[in-house]
Design a protein around this ligand. Sequence first.
Ligand SMILES: Nc1nc2c(c(=O)[nH]1)N[C@H]1C(S)=C(S)[C@@H](COP(=O)(O)OP(=O)(O)OC[C@H]3O[C@@H](n4cnc5c(N)ncnc54)[C@H](O)[C@@H]3O)O[C@H]1N2
Ligand code: MOO
Length: 399
Amino acid sequence: MISVEEALAACLVLARPVGTERLRLAEAGGRVLAESVIARRDQPPFAASAMDGYALRAADRVAGAVLRVVGEAPAGRAWDGVVGAREALRIFTGAPVPRGADCVVIQEDVTRDGDRIVLGDRLEAASNIRPEGADFRAGARIEAPRRLSPADLALCASMNVPELVVSRRPEVALIATGDELVSPGEVPRDDQIVASNSYGLKAMVEAEGARARLLPIARDDRESLAQVLRLAAGADLVVTIGGASVGDHDLVGEVAAAMGLERAFYKVAMRPGKPLMAGRLGGAVLLGLPGNPVSAMVCGHIFLVPMLRAMMGLPAGARRRFPARLGCDLPANGPREHYLRSDLMPGNDFPEITPYPSQDSSLLTVLSDANALLVRAPEDPPRRAGEIVDYLPLVPLFA
Ligand SMILES: Nc1nc2c(c(=O)[nH]1)N[C@H]1C(S)=C(S)[C@@H](COP(=O)(O)OP(=O)(O)OC[C@H]3O[C@@H](n4cnc5c(N)ncnc54)[C@H](O)[C@@H]3O)O[C@H]1N2
Ligand code: MOO
């Protein structure tokens, strides 16, 4: 058995970037930027008023001053003159500030009478002017690779960049295996169960921005498995679920080998997730996950997600871990790295983390309740409540 770190490194060697495509800005939300974006203009392209009011010379901004209104500048229509002494230009938010003026007095601080204004006696010191290029200058860059947030899309638009080069979405084929499985909504026999983790994994893959294809459930015989594996043709990543262990009906490794699998590893010192395998199968990467629902999902978080990120050209590495204070005592860990389904709560300094009492890898209720995985190194000694431990978040924590 190899360590989680070694297995992940091998997975990341397999997970090569899948290439790029050019997209219109409106289609690019959530995608991974593959080529840096360069601003085509300054923003704002002119000194702009931040308020509705009157543009004037700061020297005239005196309580009680009477100024003559010389014109008007709405947003999108610059006023071409020069504001002189004792003059003011009616101006609106976003409009170019005219030459001569170096402040904007908000209209609430002004009394207007025909073409005259009288300044109030509580004038702000702020100029209310956004300098030219205050947001960015032409040539400013949004560096790739980067997952495009909604704010990034707005920024690209503001830079007047209508198309982006993004990573292609990796195609992921998901194959559940087992004679005991039926699809949700079917009527299972008494000795059957409903395939579950393939649906969790599909959502996980899609949340990362990849495309997921659920293939028909493969039965526990060589021909069915080979047939469904052939249906995965064209995928960048083929994920099998189950049939990975040592039982007589665990055939994934054997069938994939017969189809030409170049296996990188089999079995990892982790809990849950021991019978994990990965390799190259034709033009695709094969990730063989254990069938236990929680094992498959945990391996998804630890291996599949970093692989997808690497395939989309993002910096490749282990999921980030964070410190938390342990909420209870824990006995010594065994020889496998343990990912305990846990409850994370706000604490005084660090958040507090408490593993659920039952950690059996079949319990989806526990995984669904958990918001974090507490990570324990192999042979970690007993821990006392209050000690600092590492965890991986399962849900966005600060959203
Ligand atoms: N003698 C040994 N037996 C087992 C070992 C071992 O080392 N020696 N390892 C155990 C561990 S750890 C795991 S994890 C499982 C993984 O086995 P497989 O990957 O071969 O998975 P299956 O046997 O096909 O299924 C295990 C379990 O999960 C259920 N299952 C499978 N696929 C799905 C699915 N898509 N949705 C929901 N549930 C699924 C299946 O019915 C079984 O209950 O092996 C242990 N055994
Ligand atoms: O490793 Mo298995 O994945 O413990 O249940």
